[in-house]
Unconditional design. Structure first.
Length: 174
């Protein structure tokens, strides 16, 4: 996917974030700081990380500025409501920056925190992959706790299988 217009990307990423928020809403309030093992990100860490990295790394780098990522600690936001507000505020600030990018801004190179120069639109595409990776962690962690989650695109795997035609003699070759 090549990103040619900031507004088109912003609309797309809002949808990505919406799916993340739907699964984040399943996190039990009393388990916000639960982590699957010592040293692993908690739910709260993941949500603070998503907000902080979007705003202070991806958005800064997209403007040609260095990262200001502050980490994902509880000093950024503590408690379910504060964490969700922090995530929303960081997203709003980052989206204002992304929407202001011109077509030439999207084509220029930016430098990542790893000192890799890449086209800005590719950096934004990497942000989407980053979001989806951490959303998957939230789904898995909720599963470990036995918490029901919404299907990503409206149907569960079992519902898709029930609505599908049976395979006659194995998968069809392309």
């Amino acid at each position: 996917m090549e990103i040619q217009r900031a507004e088109t990307f912003a609309s797309y990423f809002d949808g990505i974030r919406g799916r993340t928020l739907r699964v984040a809403a399943c996190i039990p309030r009393d388990r916000l700081e639960w982590a699957p093992r010592a040293g692993a990100f908690s739910f709260g860490d993941l949500l603070r990380h998503l907000g902080a990295v979007e705003r202070y790394m991806f958005a800064e780098n997209a403007q040609g500025l260095p990262s200001r990522y502050p980490g994902h600690g509880r000093e950024l936001a503590d408690g379910y409501d504060e964490v969700m507000e922090f995530l929303a505020r960081m997203h709003s600030e980052a989206m204002a920056i992304f929407r202001a990018l011109s077509a030439s801004d999207l084509e220029r190179r930016c430098e990542t925190p790893g000192s890799v120069a890449m086209t800005t639109w590719k950096w934004l595409r990497a942000m989407v992959e980053h979001e989806v990776h951490h959303r998957g962690q939230i789904y898995l962690m909720l599963s470990l706790l036995g918490v029901a989650t919404p299907p990503l695109y409206g149907l569960t795997s079992e519902e898709v299988r029930a609505r599908s035609l049976p395979l006659e003699s194995g998968p069809t070759a392309l």
